[in-house]
Ligand binder design. Structure first.
Ligand code: NAD
Length: 283
C-alpha cells in the first residue's frame, strides 16, 4: 500500500474495531504496512477475515476477530484471542460506528402537520429505539472497547487510542440528529479520555472525516445513474475543495496521531480531514 509517509510500528499490536469496513479496513492496511501486527475486529467476521487475508497476502501480520463492540463479553473474548495470538495491545482504533434510518428524519426542515403525513418520519416520529441504537453503536461502541483494551495500554510509554468522530460533531447535518449527537459525544469523550489517561502514558486523539464515499452512504450520495444526488450537490457546494475525499487521504492524519515521534505531545485533539468543509461558513 502507498503511504503518505512511513512511521515505525514494528513490534506493536494494533486493534482496529470496525476494521472490516471501508475506512477502518484502509487504516488496518496502513498500520500493517508500517510494521504493526493488526487485529481486525468486526461484527462481520468474514469482512474482518477478508481484510486480514489481504494484509497477510501483502506480507503483513493480521488476524480477523469476531467482536461486537456493544458486548463486553464479546470484547473480553476478542482481547484474549488478540493477546494469545499477537500479544499485548499498544494501539486501539475505535472505528466501528454508523447511522441508522430509525434515527433519521425524512425532511430537512419541519413543516406544520408533517407528523400526520404517511411515509414521512418527522422529528415527532423518531423512534427512541433507533436513536438509542445510534448512540450506543457510536458512543458505547467506543467506550466499551476502550474499557477492555486500554488495560493493555496502561503504563506503556507510547500507547495511543484513536477515535473516529465526524463533521457532524462540529455542526450537525440535517436529518441525522442521533448520529450528529453521538459523534459530538465521541469528540467530547476523546478530550475527556485524553485528560483521564494523561498520567499513565496513553495519548487519545480523534480524526473527523468529512465526506468519503463508502458502501454505507453511496445510495445517499449518488442516484441510480451514478450522478450526484441533491444532498451530494449540497455537500460539494459546501466543500471548498469541491469534491469528496478518497479514503487514503485520511492516512496522513492517522499516522501523524499514532506516531510518538511526530505527536508525542499531541493529546485530546480532533483533526478534521474534510477539504475545508468545517472551516467554510457558506459565504
Ligand atoms: P463501514 O460501514 O464501512 O464500517 C463500519 C464497520 O463497523 C463495518 O464493517 C461493520 O460491520 C462494523 N460494525 C458495525 N456494528 C458493529 C458492532 N456492533 N461491533 C463491531 N463492529 C461493528 O463504515 P465507514 O464509512 O468505513 O465508517 C467507519 C467509521 O468512520 C465510523 O465510525 C463512521 O461513523 C465514521 N465516519 C465515516 C464517514 C464517511 O464518510 N464514510 C465520515 C465520518 C465518519
Amino acid at each position: 500500500m502507498k503511504l503518505p509517509f512511513n512511521i515505525d510500528l514494528s513490534g506493536k499490536v494494533a486493534v482496529v474495531t470496525g476494521g472490516g469496513g471501508v475506512l477502518c479496513g484502509t487504516f488496518a492496511h496502513a498500520l500493517a504496512a508500517c510494521g504493526a501486527k493488526v487485529a481486525i475486529l468486526d461484527l462481520r467476521k468474514e469482512a474482518a477475515d477478508k481484510v486480514a487475508d489481504e494484509i497477510v497476502a501483502d506480507g503483513g501480520i493480521a488476524i480477523g476477530v469476531a467482536a461486537n463492540v456493544l458486548e463486553k463479553q464479546s470484547l473480553e473474548a476478542a482481547k484474549k484471542e488478540v493477546n494469545d495470538r499477537l500479544g499485548s495491545c499498544d494501539i486501539l482504533i475505535n472505528g466501528a460506528g454508523g447511522n441508522h434510518p430509525k434515527g433519521t428524519t425524512t425532511k430537512e426542515y419541519y413543516e406544520m402537520g408533517d407528523e400526520d403525513l404517511e411515509g414521512i418520519t418527522s422529528f415527532f416520529d423518531l423512534d427512541p429505539s433507533g436513536v438509542e441504537f445510534v448512540f450506543n453503536l457510536n458512543f458505547l461502541g467506543t467506550l466499551l472497547p476502550t474499557q477492555v483494551f486500554a488495560k493493555d495500554l496502561i503504563g506503556k510509554s507510547d500507547a495511543t487510542i484513536l477515535n473516529v468522530s465526524s463533521m457532524n460533531a462540529f455542526c450537525p447535518l440535517t436529518k441525522i440528529p442521533a448520529y450528529s449527537g453521538a459523534k459530538a459525544a465521541i469528540s467530547n469523550f476523546t478530550q475527556w479520555l485524553a485528560v483521564h489517561f494523561s498520567k499513565v502514558g496513553i495519548r487519545v486523539n480523534a480524526i473527523a472525516p468529512g465526506f468519503f464515499v463508502t458502501d454505507q452512504n453511496r445510495a445517499l450520495l449518488f442516484n441510480d445513474k451514478g450522478e450526484y444526488t441533491d444532498r451530494s450537490k449540497k455537500i460539494i457546494s459546501q466543500t471548498p475543495m469541491e469534491r469528496f475525499g478518497e479514503k487514503e487521504e485520511l492516512l496522513g492524519a492517522l499516522l501523524f496521531l499514532l506516531s510518538n515521534e511526530a505527536a508525542s505531545f499531541v493529546n485530546g485533539i480532533v483533526i478534521p480531514v474534510d477539504g475545508g468543509f468545517s472551516a467554510y461558513s457558506g459565504v
